[in-house]
Design a protein around this ligand. Structure first.
Ligand SMILES: NC(=O)c1ccc[n+]([C@@H]2O[C@H](COP(=O)([O-])OP(=O)(O)OC[C@H]3O[C@@H](n4cnc5c(N)ncnc54)[C@H](OP(=O)(O)O)[C@@H]3O)[C@@H](O)[C@H]2O)c1
Length: 338
């Protein structure tokens, strides 16, 4: 049994110690429609009270707005929190459906200065490559990230949605504390290559979208009907049309496990991700995203749920039945390049 308030784990060899569940902050400024800034600020504080110390953002979340939003909270609690941000994936204001991926050294140097300024901190605790630009050798990008560590701008390095091979090449240049990739009851593609490599290299896994971007909680059933015009989930194939209807039916086994525990669907989804630490014998720190205090309370309470072997077996087939990819173009994810 774990408790986010008392259990701390280390991200990688020599990496930061963090509460066993982190907080994804993206939705506070971007991606999932409007959010209430006052409630979001209170959610950051409540999370800290509950033992959450890893706060996840990126330069690309709302063109820097999310980093700016977090700044007062980070400054008020500088010694208690680990701030993770990312470079290399941005959206031009002129076209919100477009993504720009850049990993070249000149860009990384420009990006880190932007993040330090918006967060208004002297050093970034964990700095991730957000997406891999296949036109730049990963050794070159990680070499520049390592220089940032030596210069005291960044403490630890991470990579998001990298393949096992990319991780190995990066780790040969500088220790990597964490790999951040999508991992949930609906998205298990990383188990083929990334999970074994992460485990072998002693890197921590930070699962993003552990609630399947909210779908696993049952809070929406069809992105086109239930979500606002500017919600990015409307562009993700598994949440629209016939796929969404087929995928909603896959929640039934989660529902029955939830009933047995007197828990919510989301709590079972989070407990499953958390329990992968035991299943694979490595460090796992999920970063569920929420903008609401009651939900951060619910989500952190999931760290106390332990699923039985029978329950794990009941949940096992779900991912293989999911209709539709997690991105419109899967080269955007590690599985599309493995
Ligand atoms: N590296 C990457 O490429 C990448 C990609 C995506 C996300 N991320 C990071 O990972 C974090 C988490 O992922 P995510 O936000 O995409 O997905 P998620 O954590 O799977 O789900 C977030 C969604 O679930 C809702 N939610 C949260 N707790 C809930 C609860 N207890 N009951 C019902 N609904 C609940 C949230 O809405 P409310 O706010 O209304 O609660 C939000 O819409 C992000 O914030 C971001 O920091 C990284």
């Amino acid at each position: 049994m774990t408790d986010s308030g008392t259990t701390k784990v280390q991200l990688g060899d020599g990496g930061p110690e963090v509460g066993v569940q982190g907080l994804g902050c993206m939705g506070m400024s971007w991606a999932y429609g409007p959010s209430d800034a006052k409630e979001a600020r209170a959610t950051l504080e409540r999370a800290l009270e509950l033992g959450v110390t890893l706060y996840d953002t990126a330069e690309g979340y709302g063109a820097g707005e999310n980093e700016k939003f977090l700044s007062p909270f980070i400054k008020a609690h500088r010694d208690e929190v680990v701030i993770a941000t990312k470079y290399g994936l941005t959206t031009p204001a002129s076209d919100r459906t477009k993504r720009i991926i850049r990993n070249d050294p000149a860009y990384i140097r420009q990006a880190v200065e932007g993040s330090l300024k918006r967060l208004d901190v002297d050093v970034i605790d964990l700095y991730y490559m957000h997406r891999r630009d296949v036109n730049v050798p990963i050794e070159e990008s990680v070499g520049t990230m390592a220089e940032l560590v030596r210069e005291g701008k960044v403490k630890h390095l991470g990579l998001s949605e990298v393949t096992a091979g990319e991780l190995r090449a990066a780790q040969a240049v500088h220790p990597i504390a964490a790999v951040q990739s999508e991992w949930s009851l609906f998205s298990r593609d990383i188990e083929a290559h990334v999970v074994p490599a992460v485990r072998e290299l002693g890197v921590a896994l930070v699962p993003y979208s552990p609630l399947g971007r909210g779908f696993l909680t049952g809070s929406f059933a069809n992105a086109d009907k239930d979500l606002s015009e500017d919600d990015v989930r409307r562009t993700q194939p598994r949440f629209t049309g016939d796929n969404a209807a087929a995928n909603a039916a896959l929640l039934d086994p989660i529902r029955s496990v939830a009933e047995a525990h007197g828990a919510s669907l989301g709590q079972i989804a989070l407990a499953w991700v958390q329990q992968q630490a035991t299943v694979h014998d490595f460090t796992v720190v999920p970063i569920p995203g929420t903008t609401k205090r009651t939900r951060v309370e619910e989500n952190t309470a999931a760290t106390r749920i332990v699923l039985t072997e029978d329950e794990l077996a009941l949940l096992e087939p779900i991912a293989s039945k999911v209709a539709g990819d997690r991105y419109p173009d899967m080269s955007f994810a590690s599985a599309g390049r493995e």
